[in-house]
Design a protein around this ligand. Structure first.
Ligand SMILES: Cc1ncc(COP(=O)(O)O)c(C=O)c1O
Length: 411
């Protein structure tokens, strides 16, 4: 009898984006003339810049010639890309060696898979609201009990990040072995300060805990002085794994390329309490379950770090951040309390008039024909909030903001 992993039965239905899709389809069917603007899902819209596409094509051309053909590459990634990534870290004031970098096909997989190298009874903390992958993968692995009516799982520690604490994750009040932090944050758009990261690194050291630091949006940080990498903090190499992705940074959501850093100093503990380097464990896991990102994609990824690639990628990020500014300023002028959008491509607004997140979703769709993401979909502390994404074409963003200001002013 093929028995299933019953932990999957604890999972709450993958409710958020299917439900958004269902409501938008129903509205569009009833209102065929409505021009719906989607600022919901965080996917890029601008094409890959020329220096990156040229590198991609050149990589493909190499595969077409006998002299330069390549089959399996190193599972961890080609040296040319690992060195480019380590060089980029150095420029940001963080020490990362090429052989501490593991190239992958996405931060979703990396943040999902990392829990495999930790004990089944590890105690996990996540922020609330949260990127759902961190939670669901620990549910699948059996680290939680059932979910309650608010969607919170027994056995997980939730760290509320709300306007009241400036969206800065508070340290856990009870024992925790692993904590997922995301900065710049999806969905709140908040960025952790240097002081906050210093506090977290000290906490992790004192508690022999590991920080799983998701920096998928680091390239969107604008304000000087804010940390792009947790490794800018002294001591972080002993307590943190960092995830980065080219998805939003360089338009690779469809192309797929990301990376994870596991420093050599970072240790976990075995059943006898002896230290075990996590680098070797992750290397074992990665090389057993993954066979590397394709060569042309790695060539394209390396081009992201070239001078031309950087300039092109920067121009796209500038365009998205200009959208974020338009949303932030436009909605503030319309009376909304608005967070994020300064160093992240997400604007997190307080739902006006005491509505729930889903009630506001329906109102926004019905009256302004604009689609966003209800905050409650990211956790119970997201109730009463709403996420708008800056990933769109400027003209659509302008129109969406003008419609919201005209039809749904928050005064
Ligand atoms: C916080 C966060 N981490 C990771 C990812 C995954 O990115 P990818 O798998 O495209 O690299 C996303 C994507 O939306 C995200 O928002």
């Amino acid at each position: 009898m093929a028995r299933i992993n019953t932990n999957y039965q604890k999972l709450q239905a993958g409710y958020l984006f299917p439900e958004i899709g269902k409501r938008v389809r129903a509205f569009a069917a009833q209102n065929p003339a409505a021009k719906i603007i989607r600022l919901g899902i965080g996917d890029v819209v601008l094409p890959l810049p020329p220096p990156i596409v040229e590198a991609l094509k050149a990589g493909a051309d190499e595969l077409a010639r006998k002299e330069t053909f390549k089959g399996y590459g190193p599972e961890q990634g080609y040296d040319f890309l690992l060195s480019a990534i380590a060089g980029h870290y150095r420029e940001q004031g963080a020490q990362v060696e090429p052989d501490e970098v593991f190239v992958s096909d996405g931060s979703k997989c990396d943040t999902a898979n990392i829990q495999e190298i930790f004990a089944a009874d590890s105690l996990i903390a996540v922020t609330d609201p949260v990127y759902p992958v961190y939670v669901d993968t620990n549910v699948m692995a059996g680290r939680t009990g059932a979910a309650d009516a608010s969607g919170r799982y027994a056995g997980l520690t939730y760290l509320p990040t709300t306007a009241e604490n400036g969206f800065d994750p508070p340290l856990p009040a009870s024992r925790v072995d692993l904590v997922y932090l995301c900065s710049p944050n999806n969905p709140t758009g908040a960025v952790m300060s240097r002081d906050s990261l210093v506090r977290w690194v000290a906490w992790a050291k004192a508690n022999k805990a590991v920080i799983l630091f998701d920096a998928a949006y680091e390239a969107f940080i604008r304000e000087p002085g804010l940390p792009h990498s947790i490794y800018e903090i002294p001591g972080a190499r002993e307590v943190a794994i960092e995830f980065r992705s080219l998805s939003k940074t360089a338009g690779f959501t469809g192309t797929r390329c990301a990376y994870i850093v596991v420093p050599k100093e970072l240790k976990g503990f075995d059943a006898s309490g002896a230290e075990v380097p996590l680098h070797g464990l992750w290397n074992r896991r990665h090389t057993t379950k993954f066979n590397g990102v394709s060569y042309p994609i790695q060539r394209a990824a390396a081009a992201v770090f070239s001078p031309e690639g950087r300039a092109a990628v920067r121009a796209n990020i500038d365009a998205y951040m200009e959208n974020a500014r338009l949303i932030r300023e436009g909605l503030t002028a319309a009376g909304y309390a608005v967070h994020g959008g300064k160093n992240a491509p997400y604007v997190w607004l307080k739902v006006p008039g005491g509505l729930t997140s889903w009630q506001f979703f329906d109102k926004l769709l019905g009256e302004a024909n604009v689609v966003g993401t209800p905050g409650s979909g990211f956790g119970s502390c997201g109730e009463g909030y709403f996420r708008l994404s800056a990933f769109g074409f400027r003209e659509n963003v302008e129109e969406a903001v003008a419609r919201i200001a005209a039809k749904l002013p928050a005064r």
